[in-house]
Design a protein around this ligand. Structure first.
Ligand SMILES: C[S@@+](CC[C@H](N)C(=O)[O-])C[C@H]1O[C@@H](n2cnc3c(N)ncnc32)[C@H](O)[C@@H]1O
Length: 214
């Protein structure tokens, strides 16, 4: 999805980008190699950041990594031209996260957030099961996200449902899991439950790309 939406932005070598909740740094590495711009990535999980650093080192990329929370960003006001939040804000207290993202964007800056949305109402127990499994405080609908972005003072909120067709032989687009050497067996059970929930709620839990301008 990132590969689909990034070419529409005006990214040059001078663009300063922040990738929040960068995980293992797959997107940051892709951006640094394609656009040769300055990119900083942040995550609150040390293991994710270690994997990201290892990836950048192996590809000889100079990408700054920061440990911290998107709810309280360790950056000054108006620091970035473009922020990417790929499946991150939904896991946080958005009433803190969205104003923080807005604060660190420069005038005319852009936030691209790819976030989970609730497409249709669900019975309370089923919603609770999903929220507890993913440890998300809420699953927001599109209008709820829209009004929270507005409340955080973002302008021109463009909301898009991107339908991607994956070819099973397209390994380039696959998620690179960067698996740890020693894994607790319970993590496989968690992955299995994630796959089951994804299949069960494929028409109820969706994603949108929110493009929000300053
Ligand atoms: C679903 S993963 C997405 C990773 C990456 N953006 C991607 O698309 O591959 C969510 C990431 O957000 C990070 N995260 C969750 N809460 C966070 C917070 N409050 N501050 C910073 N990162 C956070 C997690 O550690 C994880 O790496």
């Amino acid at each position: 999805m990132t590969k689909e939406i990034l070419p529409r932005e005006n990214i040059s070598e001078k663009t300063i980008i922040l990738d929040v909740g960068c995980g293992t740094g797959q997107t940051s590495a892709y951006i640094a190699e394609k656009y040769k711009c300055k990119i900083t990535c942040l995550d609150n999980n040390e293991i994710m950041l270690e994997k990201a650093k290892k990836r950048f080192k192996s590809r000889n990329l100079s990408i700054e990594t920061k440990h911290g929370s998107v709810e309280s960003l360790p950056f000054g006001d108006e620091s970035f031209d473009l922020i990417l939040s790929e499946s991150v804000a939904a896991f946080t207290d958005v009433s803190k996260t969205l104003p923080e993202l807005r604060r660190v964007l420069k005038p005319n800056g852009v936030l691209l957030a790819i976030e989970m949305v609730l497409e249709e109402p669900l019975p309370k127990e089923e919603l609770t099961t999903i929220k507890e499994f993913y440890e998300v405080p809420r699953i927001l609908t599109v209008p709820e996200w829209n009004s929270l972005f507005q409340k955080a003072n973002f302008q021109q909120i463009n909301i898009e449902k991107v339908n991607l067709q994956f070819d099973e032989s397209d390994f380039e687009s696959a998620t690179d899991f960067s698996i740890s050497e020693q894994l607790d067996d319970k993590l496989f059970a968690i992955l299995d439950q994630h796959l089951q929930l994804t299949e069960m709620y494929r028409n109820i839990i969706g994603f949108r790309v929110f493009k929000c301008c300053v």
